[in-house]
Structure formats: C-alpha cells, structure tokens
Unconditional design. Sequence first.
Length: 115
Amino acid sequence: MEEFAMSQNDVHPFDARGVAKRFRHAAIFGALESLEDGEVMRFVNDHDPLPLLGQIQQRYGNQVGISYVAREPGNIVIDFTIQLGAPATAGAPAAAGAAGSCSGTSGQGCGCSGG
C-alpha cells in the first residue's frame, strides 16, 4: 500500500497576526476558498480562535478539516485541510443549519461564496 506524503507545496502558511482584525475573517475565508482539494492552510495566531472555528464549521461543514498542530498560550497553529469528498454537513448541531456547503468542482477550489 502506497503512503501519501504531503508535499510542503500543499501547505500554505497564513499568519493571522499580521492581518488587521476587521479584515481577518474575510481574509481567512477568501484564503480557504482559494485552496484546492487536499491542500492545507497552516493558520498561525496568538490566541485560540474558537468563534472562527465555529463559523468555519457552519460555513463549510466537514469539507474543511480542522487539526491543531500547536495549542499553547500565545502560539496557536491549526491546519485547515480542504476535503471536497467529505459530506457537506459536519453532523454537529452548529453545522446543521448551514446556509450553503462547499461544492468545489474538479480542482476549482472550495467554491463557496458564503452567506
């Protein structure tokens, strides 16, 4: 069985500390929507963005995987992985009422326009 090794080219850094607070969520959503299936955005921040994670879950469901790489005070690193083959709903109550789902088509990125 062949193992899949993620290339560093598939991991795109996003340091939220350098983005003005009023633009931050829009910039993050735009970055996620520009990724293709299987690509990862490595998000870095100085605090745990729990409200943002809830918004991502509502907006994209399971089609954006969330995985902490580091979760220490002042050093939060999260990998957001685009998973277009995943069911659109996350199964959690917060995602059940999502207005739309990620429906990218054959390498065209996430494709979500938000709500």
